[in-house]
Structure formats: structure tokens, C-alpha cells
Ligand binder design. Structure first.
Ligand SMILES: Nc1ncnc2c1ncn2[C@@H]1O[C@H](COP(=O)(O)OP(=O)(O)OP(=O)(O)O)[C@@H](O)[C@H]1O
Length: 785
């Protein structure tokens, strides 16, 4: 819609007025910040002068401690104030650059018309209490995202407010100047969105605050469900909605919720960095981020070498001709399935009525309580007591026994030898103890003997402490041996647990698992089931400080993994986002979907959302990529113009590399900032990178699983590491039928192609993949060389 010049001028005048107000505030806040800062410097410099220090007796010590605490409190109050002022300054600076992005004129029924301007934070004119800017998260702001002009309503804590929107205006303001201004009607084509999406990417994700879509807004503002599940097409804004939702929750619950109470599970370490600028852009601190692998490593400790998911996927894609491959694949799928969960349940019941496995309790270089003695103690406990309670009782008993045994040890000769190696501080401790007991007179025979006894106790305590810790941490319980027992005899599950329908290759799966465990290594697929068994026996260390968990790329998680996360964070709400068309891990069944997640908290506590419209790629790219999946109708393109993807078949690898170089050159000249050559595996990626590096007059970045950050430019990456990330231009290194024709490779190819924002070029060494061949011919341009 065109705007009369006058209208534009009036809006710019308002921007200028708001910026003057921001400047006034900034001057005041900067003054306050420097005052508080000099207070802090003064307090730090004079800390010890202002504290009264006297350690001459108990009363003085007490007063000294109180005085130090008082001074520390003053200091930390000033530091907090400084942080808060600094945060306000940072937000105001962002507002100064771009005060707002939207306006609605709204008449609440029975009230006067109001102009509402939306930005990343609220700003009130202190003279007349007028809202110059409304925070986009304020209740009234939802009108902007939810309705076109016409009747509209929004919810507030006090009830629903109804009225009419007369005008909905979008702005692009940079550096205080209005660059564009659109009024949106009911028409679909969203000019601002087109403009935003048409931009080049860099290596960091952006906030979508100005153009949040209605269906995304429902996810962002959901407050009632314990579990929010989002199934969304590639590029439909799942990650974006998740990050905006975090910002929303931080605003909505600002009195009780902090960024450190929110945890995001990311697909890989590079993704952590990729999304890390979104919340700061909105004036919020970043939530905590982790990967499931990090969680496993923290919980498993260093006792076992754990395979990572990328090594597992690399194996599944490259080891097809190796012996044992089929068994391992079947094992990966089975160990992630509900059937295996049932098997573990039965095994747990079996253990409740049978024997556990124990380790000897160590003391010095030997054993103080052998495993079979622990087994006897355990057998003597009443079997009707629940297993975990019996384990607690056993632990108490063992600790008591260790204390008894320690007394006996004090009399042994090794103790005398060790007394001479004690520290000076141990002698002082013994002397003080004697003094305290008021038995120390002059040098008497009795006192020397008492001192020897005390020193003997100190020697033994130092050693026995380790054994007691060993028991208290339940390391005497050999959970790994119990997990191993499941596989040690392939008939065990059938005969002892009554499990039918074991996988066809169960004996081979058992052999592989045992062989791995005996090397003190753990396949990735064993890690979560093993931890679940371990925690059911030993109890679980829960984390109650986390109140919201977000899981992105959730299609790659198994039911075991969701259960495990739920057990660790028992109090939290969860937001789970995924796309089953991008399930690239071998454990995910081909026809998987996220509906099964409703069983996690029950359907009444769960809300499911679907995002169909894909924003990342141009319309021609989406028209092509949606044919790579089976449910193409669940993907709708956003009308952004661009070139059709190209598909080129070449017969020789040398020609392929030649062609890639030519293509990269054209893309660079066209101004694309991030150009990714996407390979199927890390192995292919290494080879491609070496070949390109030899020819390229520019740097080529090879992305490995350890990579945490990439720079704009040319990069070579295996598809499973590109999850969640996007690039201006994507080149598929080799999409031939050799590479992508099995069922599970369809989703891999779809994931790779959907990383492209503006340009997609597919190369095939030989004939193209059947997944491409079945796409309508008019959705791509074919180029035969
Ligand atoms: N409402 C929106 N306004 C502007 N840009 C948007 C919007 N929604 C999504 N986008 C853009 O679309 C792209 C894809 O978004 P995002 O990465 O959040 O999608 P996704 O569903 O997580 O994708 P994938 O499943 O492929 O990882 C990003 O560049 C994002 O900024």
C-alpha cells in the first residue's frame, strides 16, 4: 500500500520524539551507572579498611564475620544495581536504533481509539504515562500477531477484551530512520516478511519478533500446557518460535523465572552458537543449552567410553558391507523401541525377586567387604520391601559395618607405619582433641598412649572414608554387570523374562553388546537404557532448578530419551519441536511421528501444534523439496520468488569437482555469503573438502562434529551436522542413486536440500536418486554434462 508523504513524515516525527525521550533516559541512566560504578570501585578498594577485624576471642570473631558480611552485602547490592542499569541502557540503545516494528490502531468496545506501537521492550513517557512503545509480549500486543484489521480480541489476566482494529502497520526502522512502512490488509503477501526472508544469511540466527505468524504466536504464548509439541515442516520456524517463546516466558513470569531456569537441548554444539544471539537481540539473557550427549556424559561419568551419536550415524551410513552390520542396525532400532522398554520393566521386576550383582568394597589396596558377603546381606533382607528401599537399607548396613571394621583396623600394624607419614596438621588436630578432652597434663604415659590412639584413628579414617564414599555412592552395586546380564545369555530374555518376539538377530545383538561392554565401552544406543536401569536401581539425581525444557530436533529422540529427560527434570514444563521428515537417526522408525509424545504427560496436559508453512527457502525450492517426502501436502511454500533448483548428472568425480568450483564461483559472484556443500557423511565430506581445497583460491571450511562455529564463506558439511542450520546457497555434493535410494536415506536428502534459503544446486555422480527422479520435471532444471 502506498503512503502519502505526509503520513510517512508524521511517523518519522513520532520516531524522532521517541528517540529524544530515549536519549533523555540514556543520559540519566549513564549518569547513574557511572555513580554506581565508582561506588563499587570505592567499596572494593576500601573493603578491608571499612571492616572491623579482630580475631582475639569468640565474640570478636563473630563481630568480624558480621562486619565482613555486611560489607559484602552492600557491595553485591551495588553490583546488582549496576547490572540492572546496564541492562536498561543496552535495551534503550537497541530501541534507539529501531524503536518499534509495528502499529495497530485499536478501539476497545466503549473506549476511545488507541495507537499501539510494538517494539522489543516497553517505553513509557514519564510526563503523561503514555505508552510510547509496548513490549511485543504485553497482552495487548498479541492483537498485532493474531488479527488483520477488523474485529479482534485479546486475553489479559483480568479477562478477554474485545474491540476493532482499524489499522495494522509494519515498519522497518534502522538507525532511527524509517526505511519502509507497509499497511497490511487481509492480503496474504506479507511485504515485510518477504523483505526479511530475502536477506542473506550470516552464521547466526535472527529474531523474528517483527513478523511472528499467527500459528507461531499460539505456540509462543501457550501458558497452560505441561507439554507443548510442535510438528513443523523444515524451515517453518520451529526453532524461531522456541526462542521467541523463551523470551515470552521470561517476560510473562519475570518475577519468578530466570534464564538459568530454562534449558534447551540442541542437536549439536554448532547449533548452540548458531542460536546464541537471538535472545540477547531481544534484550534477554540466553537460556542454558546442552546436547543429549553432554547429559549422558555427565550422568555416566568417566568410567565408560561412550560412543557419540555422530559416530553412530556415520557407522550406519558407511559400514553397510561390514560383518555384523545388519545385527547392529536391528539392535539400534530395538534398543530405542517401546518393546525394549517393556523388556527392561520385566527385567527390573525379575531383579526385585532375584539376585543383584555387587562389587567388592575396596580398602587400601585390597578388599574390606567382598561382593559375596554383600550378596548374603542382601538376601537376608525381606523381599517384600521395594527394591530401592532394600538397597538403601543395605547401604546403611554396609556403612555401619565399615565403621566397625575401621575400629578393628586401628589396632593393626600397618597403621603404626603410616602414623609417621601423617601431616603436621594431623598432629595438631590430635593435640587439640586431647586438650579439649582436658586430659592433657604434663608428659605422661597415659597421654602419649591416647595421642597414639588418636593418630591411629586419623590414619584409618582417611582410608575408610573412601570405602564409605564408595558405598554411599552405590558403587558397590554393579549396574553395568546387571545390564550386561541381559545380553550375556541370548536365551535369558526369553526363558527368564518371558519375552516373545525378540528381534531376529537377537543372539548377534547380544554378542555385539557384551563384546563392547567388556571393553568398557558403550554403544550410543545402550547409553539411555543402561542409565534408566541404573537410576531405577539407585535412584536419580533430579534437577529441580530447571522449570522449562525445550527439545529441538525432537524427531531424533527415542521414547527412552524422553522418559529419561522427564525423570531428571520432574518439575518442568516441556516444549518439544520436531519434523519427522527429518528423522535421520537409525533408531527412529521410518513411519514415526510425534503423536506418541502425548503419553509422556497424558493427553489432557498436552497440546499439539502443526506448522505447515515453510519460510526458509524460496517458493521454487519448496515446490521441489516437498516432493522428496511422502506427505508433501503438509508443506506449504511462502510465496518468495527465486530460481528453480538445478540437478546435474556427471559421470566422473574429477568433472564433478570441476563443476562444483564453477558453481561456487557463480554463487560467490552473485553475492551469496554462506555457501554450503552438503555431503552424506563425514567421510565424503573429508574427501570433498580435500578436492575443493586443492582447486579453490578461497578458504574452504570443513565442518566436523567438534566444530562449534563457522564463518560466512564456503563450507563442506555432512548433512547430519547441518541440522537446524541454514545457508544462502546449498550444493548437494552427490545425490546419485548410489547415495540416496534406501528408505532411510530419503529423509537425509530432504534434510540436506531444505537447508537452502535462496539457491539449491544438486549434483549426482551417475544417475540421480530415485527420490529426485519422481519429483515432477517442472520443479527443477536438469543439466546433463
Ligand atoms: N515469522 C517469521 N518471520 C520471519 N522469518 C521467519 C519466520 N518464521 C521463520 N522464519 C525464518 O525461517 C527460517 C527457518 O526458521 P527455523 O530455523 O526456525 O525453522 P525450523 O522449523 O526450526 O527449521 P528446521 O526444522 O529445518 O531446522 C529462519 O531463517 C527464520 O528466521
Amino acid at each position: 500500500m502506498n503512503h502519502p508523504k505526509n503520513e510517512w513524515r508524521l511517523e518519522q516525527q513520532r520516531v524522532d520524539r521517541v528517540i529524544r525521550e530515549i536519549d533523555r533516559r540514556l543520559t540519566l541512566l549513564n549518569r547513574e551507572a557511572s555513580g554506581v560504578k565508582s561506588d563499587i570501585v570505592d567499596i572494593r578498594r576500601n573493603f578491608w579498611e571499612d571492616v572491623r577485624v579482630n580475631f582475639s576471642n569468640d565474640v570478636e570473631i563473630h563481630e568480624t564475620v558480621a562486619s565482613i558480611n555486611q560489607q559484602a552485602r552492600v557491595l553485591s547490592e551495588r553490583e546488582r544495581r549496576h547490572q540492572s542499569v546496564q541492562k536498561q541502557i543496552d535495551t534503550l540503545k537497541k530501541l534507539k536504533y529501531s524503536p518499534y516494528f509495528g502499529r495497530i490502531d485499536f478501539t476497545e468496545n466503549g473506549e476511545e481509539k488507541e495507537q499501539i506501537y510494538l517494539g522489543i521492550a516497553s517505553l513509557i513517557d514519564e510526563q503523561n504515562d503514555e505508552f510510547l512503545i509496548y513490549d511485543w509480549r504485553a497482552p495487548i500486543s498479541s492483537l498485532y500477531y493474531d488479527y488483520p484489521p477488523g474485529p479482534a480480541r485479546y486475553r489479559t489476566p483480568a479477562g478477554t477484551i474485545e474491540g476493532v482494529i482499524h489499522l495494522k502497520r509494519q515498519f522497518l526502522i534502522r538507525n532511527g530512520l524509517i526505511e519502509s512502512l507497509f499497511d497490511t490488509g487481509i492480503t496474504i503477501g506479507d511485504e515485510l516478511l518477504k523483505e526479511v526472508l530475502g536477506k542473506q544469511s550470516d552464521s547466526q540466527m535472527k529474531s523474528i519478533v517483527a513478523t511472528i505468524q499467527k500459528d507461531q504466536n499460539r505456540i509462543i504464548r501457550n501458558e497452560h500446557s505441561r507439554l507443548v509439541v510442535v510438528q513443523g515442516a523444515a524451515g517453518s520456524g520451529k526453532t524461531s518460535a522456541a526462542l521467541q517463546r523463551i523470551a515470552y516466558l521470561l517476560y510473562r513470569y519475570r518475577k519468578t523465572l530466570r534464564a538459568e531456569n530454562i534449558l534447551l537441548f540442541s542437536p549439536n554444539p554448532m547449533f548452540n552458537r548458531y542460536v546464541s544471539t537471538v535472545l540477547p537481540e531481544l534484550g534477554e539473557e540466553n537460556m542454558q543449552q546442552t546436547t543429549f550427549q553432554e547429559l549422558l556424559e555427565r550422568r555416566l561419568g568417566k568410567t565408560l567410553a561412550l560412543e557419540d551419536p555422530f559416530s553412530q550415524i556415520e557407522y550406519t551410513l558407511t559400514a553397510i558391507n561390514e560383518p555384523g552390520y545388519e545385527a547392529r542396525m536391528e539392535g539400534i532400532r530395538y534398543k530405542a523401541s517401546r518393546k525394549f522398554m517393556e523388556l527392561l520393566d520385566r527385567y527390573f521386576s525379575f531383579l526385585e525377586h532375584g539376585k543383584l550383582k555387587f562389587r567388592d568394597i575396596p580398602f587400601r589396596n585390597g578388599t574390606i567387604i567382598p561382593a559375596d558377603e554383600i550378596q548374603q546381606h542382601f538376601a537376608s533382607l525381606d523381599p517384600s520391601i521395594p527394591l530401592t528401599n532394600r538397597i538403601s537399607l543395605l547401604t546403611q548396613r554396609l556403612v555401619a559395618e565399615l565403621k566397625q571394621l575401621a575400629k578393628k583396623e586401628e589396632k593393626k600394624t600397618w597403621v603404626e607405619d603410616e602414623i609417621q607419614w601423617l601431616d603436621k596438621s594431623d598432629y595438631i588436630r590430635a593435640d587439640q582433641q586431647l586438650l579439649k578432652e582436658k586430659h592433657f597434663t604434663d608428659e605422661t604415659f597415659d597421654d602419649t598412649e591416647r595421642e597414639q590412639k588418636l593418630l591411629a584413628r586419623i590414619v584409618v579414617q582417611k582410608q575408610i572414608k573412601r570405602s564409605i564414599q564408595f558405598v554411599k555412592h552405590l558403587r558397590y552395586l554393579d549396574s553395568l554387570a546387571l545390564y550386561r546380564q541381559l545380553f550375556a545369555d541370548p536365551d535369558f530374555a526369553g526363558n527368564e523374562l518371558g519375552i516373545e518376539n525378540l528381534p531376529e538377530q537377537w543372539p548377534a545383538i547380544c554378542r555385539q553388546t557384551v563384546a563392547k561392554l567388556d571393553q568398557r565401552k558403550l554403544f550410543y544406543e545402550d547409553a539411555t537404557p543402561y542409565l534408566l536401569l541404573k537410576t531405577r536401581l539407585e535412584g536419580i539425581r533430579t534437577n529441580t532448578s530447571i522449570r522449562h525444557v525445550f527439545i529441538d530436533e525432537a524427531q531424533d529422540y527415542s521414547p527412552f530419551q524422553f522418559s529419561f529427560i522427564k525423570r531428571i527434570y520432574p518439575r518442568c514444563k516441556m516444549t518439544i519441536l520436531g519434523d519427522f521428515n527429518q528423522a535421520v537417526f537409525a533408531h527412529v522408525p521410518v513411519n514415526n511421528n510425534l503423536n506418541m509424545l502425548s503419553s509422556l504427560y497424558g493427553s489432557e496436559q498436552t497440546e499439539m501444534f502443526e506448522l505447515r508453512r515453510s519460510y526458509r527457502s524460496t517458493c521454487p525450492i519448496i515446490r521441489f523439496t516437498r516432493h522428496l517426502v511422502e506427505n508433501k501436502d503438509a508443506i506449504e511454500p511462502f510465496e518468495r520468488p527465486g530460481e528453480k533448483p538445478t540437478v546435474t548428472e556427471v559421470s566422473k568425480r574429477a568433472d564433478l569437482h570441476e563443476q562444483l568450483m564453477g558453481r561456487i564461483d557463480v554463487l560467490k559472484k552473485a553475492g551469496y555469503k554462506t555457501i554450503a556443500v552438503i555431503c552424506k557423511t563425514a567421510r565424503e565430506s573429508r574427501m570433498a573438502c580435500e578436492a575443493l581445497e586443492k582447486k579453490a583460491p578461497f578458504p574452504v571450511q570443513q565442518i566436523r562434529k567438534e566444530t562449534v562455529q563457522y564463518q560466512p564463506g564456503v563450507l563442506v558439511i555432512p548433512v547430519y551436522l547441518a541440522k537446524g542450520i541454514e545457508f544462502d546457497a546449498v550444493i548437494i555434493y552427490d545425490a546419485s542413486e548410489k547415495q540416496y535410494s534406501r528408505k532411510n536415506e530419503r529423509k537425509l536428502l530432504y534434510t540436506a536440500c531444505t537447508r537452502a534459503m535462496h539457491a539449491l544446486h544438486i549434483y549426482c555422480l551417475g544417475r540421480m536418486s530415485p527420490f529426485i527422479a519422481t519429483a515432477p520435471k517442472d520443479t527443477y532444471m536438469k543439466d546433463n554434462r
